[in-house]
Write a protein that binds this ligand. Sequence first.
Ligand SMILES: [Zn+2]
Length: 438
Amino acid sequence: MDDRHVAPRPADPPTPTLIVRDTRVGGVPADIVIAGNRIAAIEPPDPERAIDAARTRVVDGRGTAALPGLMNAHTHSAMAMMRSYADDMPLMPWLREKIWPFEAHLTEDDVYWGTRLACVEMIRTGTTFFNDMYWFFHGTARATVDSGMRAVLSPAFIDLGDPERLRREAEATLRTLDEARAYPDRVAFAFGPHAIYTVSEAGLRWVAEQAAARGCLVNVHTAETAGEVDDCVRAHGLRPVAYLDRVGVLSERCLAIHAVHLDDADIALLAARGAHVVHNPVSNLKLASGGPMRYRDLRAAGVNVLVGTDGCASNNNLDLFEELKFAALMAKHATGDPTTLPADEALDLVTTHAARAFGIDAGALAPGKLADLILIDLGHVMLFPGHHLAADLVYSAHGRAVRTTICDGRVLMADGVIDDEAEIRAEVGARLARLTGR
Ligand SMILES: [Zn+2]
């Protein structure tokens, strides 16, 4: 039929490009119909559904539960190359003797392949979005595009109090921001002033002004260690959160990464400014650099709390399911109250809370939402006998229970297979031989 002679019928649903058949959504059997990069419909399973095989891919969802793709709110993804390269060391020798010398030899292509490796792991463990801070923005951005994932990426901004270096960083950052517009919508730019001890007051003020003027997010490591708090009080007469507020960084666009050393006034200020806090429980425990996160107090104050894995050098994986278990156990342990951070709420931190912070129309399964979703293998022994899915996911299963991962309407892993995984591993292995001198 020639469509030009047919009156438009706006009620017609768009042509499906992908259908997940007979999965479960919220415990109920369902087909998920995807058109382009959005969910078009979630309907009762229809085995009689007519499908145009040339236009619509079908994923068999039997034996699975669909969840929104998880959102990792803080990582340094290319550091996947440094997994288990240096462990069990104090923070400063760890950085000075192992991490920084390794990073000194990295090229943009190394960062590309390191990020590809991280993306394989994230896709495999059910993450469809990550918020990153690292060197070589374009290496990370190209890897994100090629992997099919969604991300907010920050070029690390460090001036070490040197006005000349600040001038160069500011120039490079604005150039990167401009160049970032060439990437698909799946990749967004954010400012990444590394921390209050690596960026000058002038640098932080510059970032705050630019981010406000351009409506960009700001990632900043905040109150990660007790030493950082002491130094800040000595230098500025304020604790880190209050200092960030004074220089204009604290706002609803700010992601305060770690934020474990907080007093009551800090929490009230974070809430008043609408800033988001990203909890990285495994990294804090492993580096012994953070105290217990004040999750219950942050929640009571209305602060939006998210969860991230941090980089693989301090975790050593990117499995958000495992991270949620640590977050929930730490919150219970810190309060002496096992009702703190229950499993369903933990899942919210890496779905709805993250979607709100990053302004991404995902984090939930509903018609109109971006088609970022994962299928959990309900037949996995860690999910058997299946009393309560959220508890199974947070306390029992790991990311290995993920069978299929879909982002932006595209299947990135089908039944445990990622097409270019072998090639990515081989390339990373070859690069490591050079980077570590082996
Ligand atoms: Zn970090």
